[in-house]
Write a protein that binds this ligand. Structure first.
Ligand code: 2AM
Length: 176
């Protein structure tokens, strides 16, 4: 039988308070741009998108994650933008913390060393807030959302009765 393929990615998952702030920003943008508001419990920032991998390969990912070194940092999400004719409206940091760049670099190298191929898209950290928006966001600047980051997670994209959802497979602290 063909082994089941699983769609997985590493991401920063906001704490409850940060998710709440992100969600209220998302609601305001959605009011202005229309489209589909991302659910509060799905908001995240992707670090590395692995795409569809064989189920058996999944077992190797926790070991890769556990060996990574990282340091905690604060993300200041203060830039609003859109891609694909406004279909994706997002919040991003104007300044990318060096600790985030370092984390993504180490994660990519560790995954490549384990034989995983990553999407060639250059890393462009963002939190998608609205999909299929009908118009451009009203402003390109936002009062910063302060997001304290002290861990990173592995997620699986699943579809339950046609609704996309994410399943948390693991979380690892950013520590020495
Ligand atoms: P998006 O929000 O910009 O669509 C789960 O699908 C996560 O992986 C989302 O954060 C999504 O980003 C991201 N993602 C999907 N396809 C991707 C790709 N080809 N390269 C990088 N990230 C991708």
């Amino acid at each position: 039988p063909v082994p089941a393929r699983r769609r997985v990615f590493f991401a920063l998952w906001p704490d409850h308070a940060t998710a709440g702030v992100l969600h209220s920003r998302a609601q305001a943008l959605w009011t202005a741009c229309g489209g589909r508001l991302m659910r509060r419990d799905t908001l995240h920032l992707t670090l590395a998108f692995l795409g569809e991998i064989p189920g058996a390969a999944l077992d190797r990912l926790p070991r890769v994650a556990a060996q990574l070194e990282g340091t905690p940092f604060t993300l200041e999400l203060d830039r609003v933008g859109s891609w694909h004719g406004h279909r994706i409206v997002w919040l991003a940091p104007k300044n990318i913390p060096p600790a985030l760049t370092a984390l993504v670099g180490r994660l990519g190298s560790a995954l490549n060393a384990e034989g995983f191929e990553l999407e060639a898209r250059p890393f462009s950290p963002h939190v998608t807030l609205v999909r299929n928006a009908r118009g451009a966001p009203p402003a390109t600047e936002a009062e910063a959302v302060h997001w304290p980051v002290a861990a990173f997670s592995l997620l699986e994209s699943v579809h339950r009765s046609g609704v996309a959802a994410y399943r948390l497979l693991g979380t690892w602290p950013l520590a020495g």
